[in-house]
Write a protein that binds this ligand. Structure first.
Ligand SMILES: [Cu+2]
Length: 65
């Protein structure tokens, strides 16, 4: 389980962008988003690194949750 805090993820639009960025890395990933806490949880077989990079590229630099 990978968990990040995305301080810039504040609304439904952000959530869509974040989910799309994650899906690009792993379409099978299970994703849950807590907008209020600015957190995303990713359940994937992949390592965390490519997700962190994809989120950063999408404009949502991740912090450790
Ligand atoms: Cu937004």
């Amino acid at each position: 389980m990978i968990e990040y805090r995305l301080d810039d993820m504040t609304c439904g639009h952000c959530e869509k962008v974040v989910r799309a960025a994650i899906a690009k890395v792993d379409p099978q990933a299970q994703v849950s988003v807590d907008l209020g806490a600015h957190r995303v949880r990713i359940d994937s077989q992949q390592s965390a690194e490519p997700f962190a990079r994809a989120l950063d590229d999408a404009g949502y630099p991740p912090a450790a949750a």
